[in-house]
Design a protein around this ligand. Structure first.
Ligand code: SF4
Length: 529
């Protein structure tokens, strides 16, 4: 099944995927056999396999799950679009050899409610089209149709990489323009990209580049959009970054839910390697396994090393000691996607964009109660009102703006009266919110802020890696309290404070944001308690 003679410890997740793809699940005896082949303890394999949501660990072949898994997204945009009713209706069908799972965001918020049947995505899912997908055996990945290698080369693609390779002056030019652009990491942390490159380049070799394509933040689907359209542009950005920072290998970690992109990306890498414009470093495309926390940079590195995706304590930072203990440049896909265009058009061009005193451009994932959900390239600093009116076709018919999440499930939420706050790094903190990966989820008077906040807390409770108590216990406890008709505000605030102050990573620290915002900005929903 594995088709291998030698085993690398770091590839454990890949082996588990192959095993599960071939046999329908991970049977205990098979895991013991895999451990023996790898020369590691069975418990090491078992603890990794049981950590990730997408692995089905069972005792015996008799316990294997049904042949077809239907995953119904129950995160914010899909919940607003009626995913629970859909899941309940699918449950009621009681289809043979089919199991229905309610899962966290699958990155299709612009086509809510979204469902996967096997690896096939069903957008704007209904009872009818999901049944059709099941009946058609449409279990393979939905096709992605991005620009191919020849077309990208014909459009001048990889010329910048070549120039950086051949000529130090071009490499310096790229870094100078990146600096001038003010480009910041677009995965959420917002660290200045050029500064990060310099830090990693200044660390001792060997160094690695990690591309974080695990976008799992509910409401975020911008990386999916750019990768579907133009995978080589991101690859070229990654290769230029690797060239300038002296990285010996590139590891691309892609969320498991993006099966079509995985195929397209592998095709893009194979085409590049078959006819490389310059000598290129090792490029490995790795597959996540359904754990949101792996979007956190150090958890992702643990996962790449074949371990459970648990965030590390810092310092040391990944730029100093990251993958395999080596200095690591870790970037979100969209950040790298910008490199070629900024180098070609100049950093000043990028920096001169922006609105309301802010600088730059970024891709906003807009979903929820708008007429045209989608990914919109818009100025940094645009307000949600402008984003809705100028880009997203206004509010959906029959809906009136009530509030919005400016940065996915973790970035908190704001009421309609604050719809004119510029959306950017640093502008939302005074309101208790963050832009994160610019996932803007719009809700209307048809929704209740408290229900949406509960949705986010349940999400964090489900996705907590369990390493630290404030997050593991706090999210669970808060979700239980928030499900009651009357919220115990004092207790929830105290819980939120502990989660914020004492959690190891951003997941636990951000988990109480929406809850706190619900109480702060939507007091009318709590008038009776
Ligand atoms: Fe894990 Fe949560 Fe602690 Fe992060 S905050 S390390 S997700 S338990």
């Amino acid at each position: 099944i594995l088709g291998l003679e030698t085993f690398q410890r770091a590839h454990l997740l890949e082996y588990l995927h192959r095993l599960q793809d071939a046999t329908g699940g991970l049977v205990a005896d098979d895991l013991v056999a895999l451990a023996a082949l790898m020369g590691i303890a069975p418990v090491e394999v078992a603890e990794v396999a049981s950590f990730y949501h997408h692995f089905d660990c069972v005792e015996s072949p008799d316990d294997l799950p049904p042949a077809v898994t239907v995953r119904v997204c129950d995160s914010l945009a899909c919940a607003m679009a009626g995913s629970e009713a859909l899941a309940t209706a699918l449950d009621a069908l009681d289809l043979p050899n089919v199991r229905i799972q309610r899962v966290s965001c699958i990155g299709q918020c612009d086509a809510a409610p979204a469902v996967t049947v096997g690896q096939h995505v069903v957008q704007r899912a209904s009872l009818e089209n999901v049944q059709t997908a099941i009946g058609a055996g449409a279990l393979s990945a939905t096709a992605a149709t991005g620009i191919d290698y020849a077309a990208y080369r014909a459009d001048g693609g990889y010329e910048l990489l070549k120039a950086c390779h051949d000529d130090d002056a071009t490499a310096t030019h790229v870094l100078t323009q990146l600096d001038a652009s003010g480009l910041r990491g677009l995965g959420g942390a917002g660290f200045p990209a050029a500064r990060k490159w310099r830090i990693v380049a200044g660390e001792p070799a060997p160094r690695y580049l990690v591309v974080n394509l695990d976008e799992g933040e509910p409401g975020t689907f911008k990386d999916r959009e750019v990768l579907e359209r133009d995978p080589h542009r991101m690859l070229e950005g990654a290769l230029i970054a690797a060239q300038l920072c002296g990285c010996e290998a590139i590891y691309i970690y892609l969320r498991d839910e993006y099966a079509a992109i995985r195929r397209q990306m592998q095709t893009a890498i194979d085409a590049l390697l078959a006819d490389p414009p310059v000598p290129v470093p090792l490029i490995e495309l790795r597959r996540g396994a359904g754990a949101y926390v792996c979007g956190e940079e150090s958890a992702l590195i643990e996962s790449l090393e074949g371990k459970r995706g648990m965030p590390r304590l810092r310092p040391p930072y990944v730029a100093e000691r990251g993958l395999f203990g080596r200095p690591t440049l870790e970037h979100n896909g969209e950040t790298l996607f910008w490199v070629r265009e900024i180098a070609e058009r100049g950093g000043a061009w990028f920096a001169d964009e922006g609105r309301h005193g802010r600088s730059g451009l970024r891709r906003y994932s807009v979903s929820g109660r708008v007429a045209k959900p989608g990914v919109y390239l818009a100025p940094a600093g645009i307000t949600v009102r402008e984003l809705i009116d100028e880009y997203a076709g206004g509010m959906a018919e029959g809906h009136t703006l009530y509030g919005y999440f400016p940065g996915g499930a973790s970035g908190g939420m704001l009421p309609a009266r604050l719809a004119d706050v510029p959306l950017d790094f640093d502008t939302l903190q005074p309101h208790g919110c963050f832009i994160g990966s610019a996932a803007v989820i719009v809700f209307s008077t048809a929704d209740r802020a408290r229900d949406l906040a509960l949705n986010t807390m349940r999400f964090f409770a489900h996705e907590s890696c369990g390493r630290c108590t404030p997050c593991r216990v706090g999210t669970d406890k808060a979700a239980g309290l928030m499900a009651k008709p009357v919220w115990d505000a004092e207790l929830l605030e105290a819980l939120g404070e502990v989660m914020r102050d004492a959690s190891i990573c951003g997941l636990g620290q951000a988990a109480p944001n929406a809850m706190a915002c619900a109480m702060r900005y939507f007091p009318e929903e709590f008038a009776d308690g």
